[in-house]
Design a protein around this ligand. Structure first.
Ligand SMILES: *Cc1c(COP(=O)(O)O)cnc(C)c1O
Length: 370
């Protein structure tokens, strides 16, 4: 797994340009979408990014280690038992319910100082965040507000990947109503998709995630981002097989021609989805099959993907040009991560965040920052 930090920084600059005069933060949850929190945060910090978003405090601690001066917002709310961790590490909770607000108020009272936080509005996604009525109740209560140093007012769009979706416009209207209750507080709504649309969603701060890592954020338009992750598997052995042979679990693929099959040491335990097997996965037939590339030439998967192994048909590659020990690209330069995800019936986000711990993560670029 090769992670190109120069491509990452270039993507962040592109997203920052889309955000216009708004600040451009970076979402680095889920181990920076599989890319590694520390190297990603160091590279983006060096490029000028000063605000990061994570899902849980454990990730926030890693951000703070890599960039002690950065602001780090934690998306998934605040458990009372975790409040001391936030305080000690300087993590900023995103308060998404009234009980969470009260937890932070109690923490602030004990600390005898208003504490930094973000306030999360549910503008229509029906996930985390407070309703307009709850926000009215909180913002008008000085016994609460006196203890909060609200640094950001935010919401999250459910349908931003679909350009011009009516729900996004409704959510924006609701968000603007809520924001009136917190005058002067910077506002944030834009994920990658909303940021790329450059359609007034950026407010004071954009917070892209997937596009930083080269994934597709918008439906039905060419992906403008540079690929960041190249995933390659090493060939363990190349087998000669014959027409009529049954390949892999379930004997699910019966060869139509004499074939050479290259097995790489990557399988579903590494997040290379079994659902993208060429055929024979019960319940669903996937078309087109998972494709990979050898030296830029496309090859097809053969048989079911196993836990630790995947087979590819290399019959059309001359025998003297491929050998055990060579590498097969699963995605990166020749194959887009989102195409592999589509073959598995999912999205690039899930593929990237599911890449396991057995890969050697090799970093290139980034001014030697990592
Ligand atoms: C994950 C997430 C983001 C980033 O979304 P992308 O689609 O990856 O750009 C932004 N905001 C919230 C609340 C999120 O959960």
């Amino acid at each position: 797994m090769t992670i190109d930090l120069d491509a990452l920084v270039s993507n962040w600059r592109h997203l920052a340009a889309c955000a216009g005069s708004a600040e451009c933060a970076a979402v680095v949850k889920a181990n920076a979408y599989g890319c590694g929190i520390e190297p990603v945060v160091r590279a983006l910090s060096a490029a000028g990014c000063t605000t990061f978003f994570v899902a849980v405090p454990e990730e926030g601690l890693r951000v703070k280690t890599a960039a002690p001066d950065a602001t780090c917002f934690v998306l998934n709310g605040l458990f009372a038992t975790a409040a001391p961790t936030y305080l000690k590490a300087g993590l900023t909770p995103i308060l998404g319910s009234v009980p969470e607000v009260m937890t932070w108020v109690e923490t602030a009272k004990a600390a005898a100082v208003p504490l930094p936080c973000a306030v999360h509005m549910d503008s229509g996604m029906t996930r985390l965040g407070m309703s307009l009525a709850e926000l009215q109740q909180i913002s008008s209560n000085s016994d609460i507000m006196d203890h909060l140093d609200v640094r950001l007012f935010m919401t999250h769009y459910a349908c931003a990947d679909d350009i011009g979706h009516a729900q996004t416009l409704r959510q924006r209207d609701n968000f603007l109503e809520g924001a009136k209750l917190f005058p002067g507080v910077p506002r944030s709504a834009a994920n990658s998709a909303a940021d790329l649309q450059k359609d007034g969603h950026e407010f004071e701060l954009a917070r892209p995630g997937v596009a930083l890592y080269g994934g597709e954020a918008l439906n039905d338009v060419p992906n403008p981002m540079k690929p960041v992750v190249k995933l390659e598997g090493r060939i363990v052995q190349i087998r000669q097989a014959y027409a009529g042979d049954a390949v892999g679990y379930g004997g699910a693929e019966v060869l139509k021609r004499d074939s050479r099959i290259a097995y790489i040491s990557v399988g579903y335990a590494d997040g290379y989805h079994r659902g993208s097997s060429h055929m024979g996965v019960p319940m669903r037939q996937v078309s087109p099959p998972a494709q990979a590339a050898f030296k830029g030439q496309r090859i097809n998967g053969v048989g079911r993907i196993s836990m630790d192994l995947s087979g590819f048909d290399v019959t059309d590659i001359p025998e003297d040009q491929i050998a055990a020990g060579d590498w097969i690209e699963l995605f990166g330069d020749a194959i887009a991560v989102d195409d592999v995800a589509r073959a598995a019936g999912t999205i690039g986000y899930e593929l990237l965040t599911g890449l396991g711990n057995r890969y050697a993560r090799v970093y290139v670029g980034g001014d030697g920052q990592s």
